[in-house]
Design a binder for this molecule. Structure first.
Ligand SMILES: [Zn+2]
Length: 263
């Protein structure tokens, strides 16, 4: 079985997000407040306490100079308490701060905190809720897609990527439609035709490929079952494109994307 690196946000077969983010913030840097010597301030912006809201006090972990310090530590014990002074309009998120039980007068100690935050404050997924392969690459291995999901991703690449270094003659016009005037320069039918052409090209390339290389039947585009391009009911500059393709193991995969045009 072969694979590709995942660049999809949703699994087309299950409609579930791929690489959903846990919003875990790791080793964020903090300093001890130099007035009370107990409260932590965000090192990059010491006027605030925590950078993001803490989602679950039990998941908070702290390190001082690379040594993990537990909440029960006799010298450096700490607790998570409400931060009523921090009001973030308009999200109304509840903020917390971390406070040492006793004063900590360390000279420029490196304090690092790991915690789970809320999506709007998550730097790991940039508040999108998803981790794609590029973001994953800094923390571990690339997410992979195989079989029917790989087929759907490949079909989307053929449609949405207007250049292909391996097959420079197969170019889909869709990318050049973005921002054009819908109904005057480009119609729904043009979009539909471009998608059908791109998928037909992909089909032909795969057929040629299969004569020299074994492909998983689930990865091979058999039929373009349907392609529709429909203008959004409320916003006439948005075209919703959806297609259904089938593979050689009797499954079909939906693919879809939205195109923004000019009025
Ligand atoms: Zn996140």
């Amino acid at each position: 079985m072969s694979y590709d690196y995942n660049v999809l946000m949703f699994d087309p077969m299950t409609q579930l997000p791929i690489g959903q983010c846990d919003h875990q913030i790791s080793f964020e840097r903090y300093v001890v407040n130099q007035t009370d010597f107990r409260t932590l301030n965000y090192a990059s912006e010491p006027s605030i306490n925590m950078r993001g809201p803490i989602n679950g006090a039990s998941a908070v972990q702290m390190w001082i100079a690379d040594e993990q310090v537990f909440a029960t530590d006799p010298t450096y014990g700490w607790q998570v308490v409400a931060d009523p002074d921090r009001i973030q309009e308009p999200t109304a998120d509840v903020f917390y701060k971390i406070v040492f039980n006793k004063q900590v007068r360390l000279l420029l100690p490196l304090i690092e905190v790991s915690y789970i935050t809320r999506q709007d404050f998550c730097l790991k997924c940039s508040a999108t809720g998803f981790l794609n392969d590029f973001k994953e690459s800094v923390s571990g291995s690339f997410a992979q897609v195989t079989q029917t999901t790989k087929l759907a991703q490949k079909a989307l690449k053929w449609v949405l990527t207007s250049r292909d270094p391996f097959y420079p003659t197969f170019v889909c016009a869709i990318k050049t439609y973005i921002g054009r005037k819908l109904g005057i320069q480009i119609t729904d039918t043009d979009i539909q035709t471009a998608v059908v052409n791109a998928l037909t090209n992909m089909q032909q390339v795969q057929q040629a490929q299969s004569t020299v290389q074994n492909l998983d039947p689930q990865e091979i585009l058999k039929d373009i079952v349907s392609v529709t391009a429909v203008t959004d009911q409320t916003d006439p500059t948005i075209v919703r494109v959806s297609a259904v393709i089938s593979n050689y193991s009797g499954q079909s995969a939906p693919i879809g994307f939205t195109l923004n045009m000019n009025q």
